[in-house]
Design a binder for this molecule. Structure first.
Ligand code: IPM
Ligand code: MG
Length: 363
């Protein structure tokens, strides 16, 4: 089959890790008889350098005309990069938020799995890890604090900043539905995370999630406060199946979840709307401090490409082949710098991509 993939290399390590994901996709195409047609588009800092804005209408148009978007990462060093001297709406992150909103990508799926092979890299003790964990964070992506009205004003000589946190019941309902649907295909448990002891938006969140749950009686629902969830993630991560949460809580908890998988370089993500279309990107950032050194871990991006095959293209066998190839490479002891431990073989970004691509097999 033929698929159109819009590709955003982005900033920092972005172009390096996306190149490795394309390498693996090309191998999949060869082995399984597909064709991926890539079109490079600019976003974030790269777009600011070329056009003065982090997201152009052209980028949006090309993305919309594609079957999916594969992305690396955007942004630079917030203390030294000139991009952060620009007005907030012209900075790299505004491009990412803009494209999420423009494409209505309200559901962000971030699976956090502890591979047996990476137990050494997990900072938690063996008694805590037990038999490992396999959770999925379902993060709402186009609402909440990220998209509420914000401003900084001066009142009687005192500066004051205002960010607004808004959720409508419709926004909560559609993400809750996605959470329950995916839980049905997994271990049938949803942990809805909020701050209902303080926030109105969380109280509405909890009420709507309860209502939606009535249609999914086969799925177990529990509620957890976000501070407790942050603690439970490092106390007993195996208790979680699907964590359903709003935008900012999901941002924070997914970084925490990624670290207990061994490295933030392992966490993939899919951002979906109500169709088959999606944007696929690693959960980590652009790591400007290690950009251009050929040491970044491309696995999160390669896993994101595998999610693209699964969710947007319905190519489950091909996605399985990528995941098998990654496991194989890890079992054979190859590690990028971030997941390296004693006695294992250090490989570069490019070598990791080559090794995974070479292990793509139909069975
Ligand atoms: C993420 C990132 C983004 C977010 C930033 C770059 C705006 O941290 O995808 O988790 O906060 O959503
Ligand atoms: Mg984040």
């Amino acid at each position: 089959m033929d698929f159109k993939v819009a590709v955003i290399g982005g900033d920092g390590i972005g172009p390096e890790i996306v190149a490795e994901a394309k390498k693996v996709l090309n191998r999949v195409a060869e082995k399984f008889g597909h064709e991926f047609h890539y079109q490079d588009i600019l976003m974030g800092g790269a777009s600011i350098d070329a056009y003065g804005v982090p997201l152009t209408q052209e980028t949006i148009a090309v993305a919309k005309a594609s079957d999916a978007v594969l992305m690396g990462s955007i942004g630079g060093d917030t203390t030294t990069s000139p991009w952060y001297k620009l007005a907030p709406h012209l900075r790299p992150e505004a491009g990412l938020l803009g494209i999420r909103k423009e494409l209505n990508l309200f559901a962000n799926l971030r699976p956090a799995i502890l591979y047996d092979e990476l137990k050494e890299a997990c900072p938690l003790r063996d008694e805590v890890i037990k038999d490992g964990f396999d959770m999925l964070i379902m993060r709402e992506l186009t609402g909440g604090l990220y998209f509420g009205e914000r401003k900084t004003i001066e009142e009687n000589g005192v500066r004051k900043a205002i960010d607004t946190l808004t959720y409508t019941e419709k926004e909560i309902e559609r993400i809750a539905r996605k959470g329950f649907e995916i839980a049905r295909k997994r271990k049938k448990k949803v942990t809805s995370v909020d701050k209902a002891n303080v926030l109105d938006s969380s109280r509405l969140w909890r009420a709507v999630v309860e209502e939606v749950a009535k249609e999914y009686k086969d799925v177990k629902l529990e509620h957890m406060l976000v501070d407790n969830c942050a603690m439970q993630l490092v106390r007993d991560p195996a208790q979680f199946d699907v964590i359903l949460t709003e935008n900012m809580f999901g941002d924070i908890l997914s970084d925490e979840a990624s670290m207990i998988t061994g490295s933030i370089g392992m966490l993939a993500s899919a951002s979906l709307n109500d169709t088959k279309f999606g944007l696929y990107e690693p959960s980590h950032g652009s790591a400007p401090d290690i950009a251009g050194q050929n040491i970044a871990n491309p696995i999160a991006t390669i896993l994101s490409a595998s999610m693209m095959l699964r969710y947007s293209f319905d190519l489950d066998k091909e996605a399985d082949a990528i995941e098998r190839a990654i496991k194989k490479v890890l079992t054979e002891g190859y590690r990028t710098k971030d997941i390296l431990s004693d006695g294992l073989s250090f490989v570069s970004t490019k070598e990791m991509g080559d090794l995974i691509a070479a292990r793509i097999e139909k069975e």
